[in-house]
Design a protein around this ligand. Structure first.
Ligand SMILES: C[S@@+](CC[C@H](N)C(=O)[O-])C[C@H]1O[C@@H](n2cnc3c(N)ncnc32)[C@H](O)[C@@H]1O
Length: 202
């Protein structure tokens, strides 16, 4: 799908993301993950700022997303939670930063959207300081055969409507990227993965 079309799909969903009516377990996972963020943070695909309530004080967030509508919501959240933030509106897959620019890189529910998620996992390791943190909360294909069957059938339709793939094997992508995983948890029939990691030795 063309990127312009994908941006429009997310622009249309911004109001729903701003209302943030997500299950309490997802909030808890965000809280557990984000409590480890520190220093200069890059948040990929920040959406409407669902993570901002959970950042420890003192972080400085560079927040990127290609949807202006999502970023408008995130700006409101940042000011409500006193988060110091800089904003980048562009396609993250085309972004570049100098090596070792960030203390922490955060992504929640964004690797389902990228054209080349493995490439992005490699790039963030380059942008993160060697002793820095990579904090991920992502979803993908379930290990349950019934659920994964339904995900495979529904995936083309879901991608068209909400812009996100449901059949990616996120743990395999992580393994293939060489990320140093310190801790990981999987939930909801292994559809959701929370990963505390650092860049591979470079
Ligand atoms: C499923 S939402 C998740 C938003 C947020 N991270 C959260 O946890 O609620 C995916 C977000 O990724 C953004 N996005 C998807 N592909 C992108 C890309 N290539 N460049 C920049 N932003 C992208 C969308 O605009 C949307 O805000």
């Amino acid at each position: 799908m063309e990127k312009e079309r994908l941006v429009r799909i997310f622009d249309r969903q911004a109001e729903r993301y701003e209302k943030n009516k997500e299950p309490s377990s997802l909030r808890m996972w965000r809280r557990n993950l984000l409590s480890q963020a520190e220093g200069e943070v890059l948040e990929l695909a920040v959406g409407a700022g669902a993570n901002f309530p959970y950042y420890p004080s003192g972080v400085k967030v560079t927040a990127a997303d290609f949807s202006e509508e999502m970023l408008a919501g995130a700006r409101k959240k940042a000011s409500a939670y006193n988060i110091e933030a800089e904003w980048i509106c562009m396609d993250i897959e085309k972004m570049d930063f100098a090596a070792h620019s960030f203390d922490t890189i955060v992504s929640t529910l964004s690797f389902c959207c990228y054209e080349n998620p493995l490439e992005m996992l490699k790039k963030i390791q380059h942008w993160c300081k060697p002793e820095g943190k990579i904090l991920l909360l992502e979803h993908g294909i379930s290990s349950n055969i019934m659920v994964s069957g339904a995900q495979r059938v529904l995936n083309p339709l879901l991608f068209k409507i909400i812009g996100c793939h449901h059949t990616r094997d996120f743990l395999k992508l992580v393994r293939d990227s060489g990320l140093n995983v310190q801790k990981s948890e999987s939930h909801w029939l292994n559809m959701f993965h929370i990963i505390w990691a650092s860049p591979r030795n470079q």
